[in-house]
Design a protein around this ligand. Structure first.
Ligand code: ADP
Ligand code: MG
Ligand code: MG
Length: 891
């Protein structure tokens, strides 16, 4: 089957569903053609050909050339023009990359292909516009030399700048016709010297060179890095779109722009974009000239004011595209002499705020249903909604102190504070030192990706809301201010100048990506407005809180797997409940032991010589524990609270500093050396596999008994006040049924005597427990998979020590992901699956949950859903993410 697909008004072979074959751009072009949207015709060479080209020693597959020639002939007939020219205007082409998912600016595109010393004259004659013809030729040579001949972009920019200076003009479009001709001669001379061969004159040669270069660009460094950061497979390949050119650089009634169908920062409905008159392709995104707004009717330079008819046509087209794709669209367009053409459409990237609003609005507008709305939001993006912002008071103070340095465009919402880094490399190295970093650049380019990734915020001097910096930062969820023209970056002296001040690399600045402000100094951050709105419990119509609550209620209606939270304090529990947690899946009681008012007694309890003094210390601890549990029950009124009995090695609670040891000794009536000796006794060489978990409960039964008594006391107190306390007791680190039975024999009588019914279950975190889950299920009312320890023990991989080699494993592809972040589905996941099945075999209604970090990871959540677990439990701020992921997994 042919791997070349035509698109035009009359014939279109592909369609919008064929992203894998055609790439996103090719699929979008095909679909637009089918819809009757004006698109310059062309054809797409599929992604399969890219992979075969790479595997075939960088040669086009047999027969592909002939296939392309055939389609070229078709395109020539379609347009009545010929590549290489002739009597009519020559056919000119763009050769555009386009992978399955969009990789903005990562791969290469060449415009105006087909121009040479003859066709440029033909173009000049046919259009009566020689300046335009030579401008196009100049651009083509420059792009082609960079992409295909591998010559440096900046050398050409320098020659261009020299020409501007020679003529005393500021912008490229003011260079004279003679100047352009002169410049082209300079370019060609330079190419011959640097490249060793003259610039290719034959348009066929140009085309083959361009196609190969686009295929090769799949493996350029920045594309490889981008794929790595974004988890994109290396074997997808890119398609090549060979498309007839339309020209935005034909004069004042031509232009080019990018436009979203809704605001990608806020989600507000209506067009949102920028355009430039008399400009081509990349000029808007490259941030070389600052573009004008599409839709501000008050601005005489806006598209709405300048070209009202074309503007209206663009609006109508955006509405048609949204209705069709059922999502916010990000489009590229060109206006050639008053005629509108769409060059690209895709579902637009957006901030999480916009993502939530757009999903709800599209539902309200009747374009999508609830299920589709739930599917539209990327779970991880919700974390941004809860991201902190500047402490307003501290910010006001800085403003009062006159430390506002200036303002730019608010390109990526959120607040960030960090030290200035003036290069991507510096940003990476400073962040490795543990510093928060703001990457500050004149403008960013794809080479800066690693630095942007390492930074907490991004600030640029030039460029608009759709510049590279803005698009990439929003995608990464980083606060970003662009087009901060009051700032000058001095790379040579490693300083920036702004607001009458000079700041050095390494000094602190703060940027507010929501307002565009840039301030000198450090500002503490506070919780998100959404969280604060949720805390008030009342939402205004259309507010973010209302949108969020709506989404969560839709999720509750459909989600199969529930989400609980890991919380040890009432404050955490409250946040988690506000965010939709259905209970506590893991309360780590040891976290309560570190409180000021109790650690002394914990230490006394641990160091006690005899049972009597141990019991005494435990008695002193019990009221604290009871109070803690009581408060948790109150917060979680009506919802289950799983309390894990003491888990970590006792040694972790003991003091090591001399002064602390002394005060403890005084307190206990012992000598410091006696205390020290006891501390030493408790040291273990492998504490994670040592005296911890249920082993403590077995060797020191009084500890667990105290904890269970405290639970019972707290339940009674809570219930007496009308609070519906729902405790569950969880025994950690069980490896055999015998251990669980032993612990149960010790604590069950306390529960029985109280007359309460409190389920006792166990963590499954030792591989042997997973392997013998059928036996253990006889004694456990629930299982909670402690996937952190299960991963640690199951993979024989110390969580605390694997940092030195784990990154290497991931780089080398031995592990696809960090197994502590996303569960190893094949191995550890298999243990979870086996144990679940074995448990259910014995006890069909046994409750199954997960309480490791994996409970907040969308990929792991999808897996747990497939296994059929009842719930996952995760940290409070990840609850909405987990809920959304769980709901999506069930769709
Ligand atoms: P990217 O994926 O980096 O955005 P594109 O292939 O979309 O690269 O092209 C880069 C720029 O060139 C865009 O602004 C696009 O609109 C413009 N462009 C591409 N093809 C054509 C064409 N046939 N006519 C006019 N402009 C084009
Ligand atoms: Mg594009
Ligand atoms: Mg554990």
């Amino acid at each position: 089957m042919s791997d070349v697909f035509r698109f035009s008004k009359t014939v279109t072979d592909g369609d919008g569903t064929m992203r894998d074959l055609l790439g996103g751009k090719g699929a979008g072009l095909a679909e637009m053609c089918r819809m009757g949207v004006p698109v310059p015709p062309g054809f797409t060479i599929g992604t399969r050909s890219c992979i075969s080209y790479i595997n075939n020693n960088h040669q086009l597959e047999d027969g592909l050339r002939a296939e392309i020639e055939k389609n070229l002939t078709w395109l020539e007939q379609e347009l009545g023009k010929k590549l290489g020219g002739g009597d009519a205007a020559p056919l000119l082409l763009s050769v555009r990359s386009g992978a399955r998912v969009s990789m903005p600016g990562m791969m290469d595109t060449i415009l105006n292909l087909g121009l040479n010393r003859d066709t440029v004259e033909q173009l000049a004659n046919a259009t009566g516009n020689p300046r335009f013809a030579y401008d196009s030729y100049r651009r083509f040579i420059q792009m082609y030399s960079n992409v295909v001949l591998d010559l440096s972009h900046s050398d050409f920019e320098n020659m261009l700048e020299d020409q501007r200076e020679a003529e005393g003009v500021k912008i490229d479009s003011d260079i004279s016709l003679d100047g352009l001709k002169q410049l082209i001669a300079t370019y060609k001379k330079f190419i011959k010297e640097e490249h060793g061969q003259p610039f290719p004159e034959d348009p066929r040669d140009q085309l083959w060179g361009a196609i190969n270069a686009v295929f090769d660009s799949w493996n350029n460094d920045r594309a490889i890095l981008y794929r790595k950061i974004n988890n994109i497979a290396d074997n997808w390949g890119t398609a090549v779109n060979v498309q007839s050119m339309v020209f935005g650089n034909m004069g004042e009634s031509s232009g080019t722009g990018v436009c979203f169908s809704r605001n990608p920062s806020t989600g507000e409905p209506g067009p949102y974009g920028e355009y430039l008159r008399n400009a081509q392709g990349e000029d808007v995104v490259a941030g070389i000239r600052t573009p004008n707004k599409i839709d501000n009717p008050d601005d005489p330079e806006s598209m709405a004011a300048h070209w009202p008819e074309v503007y209206q046509q663009l609006l109508d087209t955006l509405v048609v595209l949204e209705k069709h794709f059922k999502d916010m669209q990000d489009t590229e367009f060109t206006v050639e002499d008053g005629k509108l053409f769409l060059l690209q459409t895709r579902n637009g990237k957006r901030t999480s705020k916009a993502s939530l609003r757009i999903a709800i609005d599209l539902y309200n507008e009747g374009l999508i249903d609830r299920i589709e709305a739930i599917q539209k939001i990327v779970p991880d993006s919700l974390s941004q909604l809860l991201a902190s912002e500047f402490d307003q008071e501290a910010k006001q103070q800085l403003l009062k102190d006159g430390r506002l340095l200036g303002r730019g465009l608010n390109a990526g919402p959120g607040a960030a504070t960090g030290v200035i880094a003036l290069s991507a490399e510096k940003a990476v190295s400073m962040s490795e030192e543990g510093l928060p970093v703001i990457l500050v650049r004149e403008e960013t380019s794809p080479e800066d990706i690693a630095g942007m990734h390492a930074s907490t915020g991004i600030l640029t001097q030039r460029g608009g809301m759709t510049s590279h910096a803005a698009v990439v930062a929003r995608g990464m969820g980083k606060p970003c201010v662009v087009g901060c023209t009051v700032m000058t970056v001095h790379y040579e002296s490693s300083t920036i100048q702004m607001g009458g001040r000079r700041l050095k690399e390494g000094e602190f600045i703060s940027i507010d990506g929501t307002t565009g402000e840039v301030l000198e100094g450090k500002i503490p951050t506070t919780s998100s407005p959404l969280l604060r709105e949720l805390e008030t419990g009342q939402f205004e119509a259309g507010s973010q809180g209302e949108q969020f609550a709506k989404l969560m209620s839709w999720i509750d209606d459909i989600a199969v797997m529930k989400v609980r939270t890991n919380a040890d304090t009432p404050a955490d529990a409250r946040v988690a409940r506000l965010l939709g947690a259905g209970g506590i899946g893991l309360c780590r009681t040891e976290h309560m032991f570190f409180g000021e008012d109790r650690i002394q007694n914990v230490r006394k309890m641990i160091l006690a010589h005899d049972e009597e003094s141990r019991i005494e210390a435990l008695h002193a601890l019990q009221p604290h524990q009871e109070q803690d549990f009581y408060e948790l029950f109150r917060e979680m009124d009506g919802l289950p609270v799983t309390i894990r009995l003491l888990d970590p090695p006792l040694h972790e609670f003991l003091p090591h500093e001399a002064s602390l040891i002394e005060s403890l000794a005084t307190n206990m009536g012992l000598t410091p050396s006696a205390v020290r000796a006891r501390v030493r006794d408790l040291e273990e060489s492998n504490p994670m596999l040592g005296h911890r978990g249920c082993r403590l409960g077995i060797s020191h039964p009084t500890i667990y008994r105290m904890q269970v008594s405290a639970i019972v006391g707290a339940v009674n107190r809570a219930r007496a006040e009308g609070v519906d306390a729902q405790p569950e007791v969880m025994v950690p680190l069980i490896g055999t049924k015998g251990e669980l039975d032993h612990v149960k024999r010790s604590i069950e009588p306390i529960i029985r005597e109280s007359g309460l019914e409190i389920p006792i279950g166990t963590m499954i975190e030792i591989p042997r427990a997973a392997l013998t889950a059928d036996e253990i299920a006889e004694s456990a009312e629930f299982f909670s998979f402690g996937t952190n320890d299960l991963t640690q023990c199951g993979m024989g991989l110390s969580r605390d020590d694997s940092g030195s080699f784990l990154p290497l494993y991931i780089d080398a592809g031995i592990y696809k992901r960090d197994p502590f972040k996303s569960i190893d589905q094949k191995g550890i996941g298999r243990l979870v699956k086996m144990a679940s099945e074995a448990g259910r075999e014995i006890k069909p209604d046994i409750k199954l949950g997960v309480c490791g970090e994996h409970g907040g990871d969308p990929d792991s959540i999808r897996f747990f859903h497939q296994v059929g677990l009842d719930y996952v439990s995760c940290s409070p701020y990840r609850v909405p993410i987990a809920k959304l992921a769980a709901a999506q997994a069930g769709i």
